[in-house]
Design a protein around this ligand. Structure first.
Ligand code: AMP
Ligand code: ZN
Length: 460
């Protein structure tokens, strides 16, 4: 089947054609590991994971790279201000290396919780300093760089193609309002390739280079590491829409300057997750991580289901009510599929409709609607439904293989607590009943009180 994807570069929905038949190289802009990933970041990785799953369901062998930005990303997203990692380290009286290790570990745990498959490669910027220096040398040899007081910069005026991704002219590019404009820069859109360590100050992370001691600019790692692991050009590059105008534009410029080719053929960008209709921010107290979801008993997989309910190119508004509704919907699916017979044959007709939907620029809302009509179908055998649903879940990633045709297993310990709770309820001892419910929750169960008695579900 053909896969159609919206390409930010061409501004059209094109059929995906890979460079090597049957293979696809995918580069995903990963976390800047100075803090815990928020649920908006997770939306961008669930989107990339869905892209990978769709390609795999179409028989592509996918090599996926998610980079770990552990140096060079400055507070202003430009070339001024403090390094995000160093700032976080100073605040917590740790080194930037400790901060990077801590949040990289949390990133790996977080993506597992939302059932994102571990990527083929997860390279760190700090492990690829030599490659980045080599890339700057190649740009320098071709005359695209200049040196000022605080670093080596890319001269965007030397590249007529600059701005092709966002269709911005260099004179239109605005400097961030929060940061000082660097008066030595030749053009506002010029960006740092190598920044010098400030005189008389030792940074936690710094390296020798032909231009002086310092650290790489933020955009450099992605050009260097994508080339190392996927070659140049490679097939697909993803990130959030905020990366179009600066980060990806600059990656494209670097690779084009150094190697003379477009870095990647397909550029895909997810829209933002908003919270309560606005931007997520620490000061508003709506900066949620997976732990905040768990604290409100929302499972990470329910969040994944919630994300899949919107097309990746539309803004999605997170509210607790909406994610609770997603959790209820997923819970209903689980209740039904547990009662089904063991998987038999896939219904090829239904599966084809599903694949046509998701192959249309990852239309997961349409895919979910087809899944629901299969679940609610009274005629199709449950063994056929089970097999078809599991095939769909290869793309959706809702971990349904754990529940299809598997009734809830109640351990002896849980059964005992359940019986004690029944006694407490008959005696109208609600306090004890609640305590026992909490104990069952600790064992991994959710108790629901229905007119015909207590029902146990596994907590997901
Ligand atoms: P960062 O760690 O800031 O480099 O961001 C990691 C990824 O998350 C990037 O691809 C961003 O574009 C993306 N991103 C950041 N905020 C949001 C958001 N609110 N919704 C969706 N994606 C986001
Ligand atoms: Zn990147």
């Amino acid at each position: 089947m053909k896969v159609f994807l919206y390409n930010t570069l061409t501004r059209s929905t094109d059929e995906f054609k890979s460079i090597t038949p049957g293979k696809a190289g995918l580069y995903v802009c990963g976390p800047t590991v100075y803090g815990r990933a928020h649920i908006g970041n997770l939306r961008s990785w669930i989107f990339a994971d869905t892209l990978r799953r769709v390609l795999q369901a179409n028989n592509f062998v996918v090599t996926e790279v998610i980079n770990i930005t552990d140096v060079g990303h400055l507070v202003g997203d430009g070339d001024e201000g403090e390094d995000k990692l160093q700032k976080a380290a100073d605040k917590e009286s740790k080194t930037a290396w400790d901060i990077a290790a801590e949040y990289t570990k949390l990133f790996v745990e977080d993506i597992k919780k939302v059932n994102i498959e571990t990527p083929s490669v997860m390279p760190k910027a700090t492990d690829h300093i030599a490659e980045q220096i080599e890339l700057v040398k190649a740009m320098e040899e071709k005359g695209f760089t200049y040196t000022i007081t605080d670093g080596v910069y890319f001269d965007t005026a030397k590249m007529p193609e600059y701005g092709q991704l966002s269709r911005q002219r260099i004179d239109e590019k605005e400097e961030g309002t929060r940061i000082e404009v660097n008066a030595e820069k030749r053009n506002p859109s010029d960006f740092a390739l190598w920044k010098f360590s400030p005189a008389g100050e030792q940074r936690h992370m710094e390296w020798e280079s032909p231009w002086g001691k310092g650290f790489p600019g933020w955009h450099l790692e992605c050009s260097a590491m994508s080339e190392k692991y996927l070659g140049v050009p490679f097939d697909l590059h993803t990130g959030g829409v905020d990366h179009i105008a600066v980060h990806h534009e600059n990656e494209i410029a670097q690779t084009l300057a150094a190697r003379g080719v477009m870095e990647a053929n397909y550029w895909l960008h997810n829209e933002f997750l908003q919270v309560d209709g606005g931007k997520m921010s620490k000061s508003l107290g709506n900066f949620y991580s997976i732990d905040d979801l768990l604290a409100k008993e929302i499972s990470p997989l329910a969040f994944r289901y919630f994300v899949l309910g919107a097309h990746y190119r539309t803004q999605l508004n997170f509210t607790w009510e909406a994610v609770q509704a997603a959790q209820n919907a997923l819970g209903n699916i689980i209740d039904v599929v547990r009662t089904w017979s063991k998987p038999g044959e896939v219904d090829e007709g239904v599966m084809k409709r599903f694949m046509t939907a998701v192959n249309n620029d990852l239309d997961t809302p349409a895919g979910l609607a087809i899944m629901w009509s299969l679940i609610n179908d009274d005629i199709v055998e449950s063994s056929t439904k089970a097999a078809t649903l599991l095939a769909m879940d290869e793309v959706l990633g809702l971990a349904l293989e754990d529940v299809v045709a598997r009734p809830v297993r109640v351990t002896d310990e849980a059964q005992k607590l359940l019986e004690q709770r029944e006694v407490a309820r008959l005696a109208k001892d609600w306090e004890r009943s609640d305590l026992l419910r909490d104990e069952l929750f600790g064992l991994g169960y959710v108790v629901e009180d229905k007119p015909d008695g207590q029902h146990l579900k596994e907590r997901r």
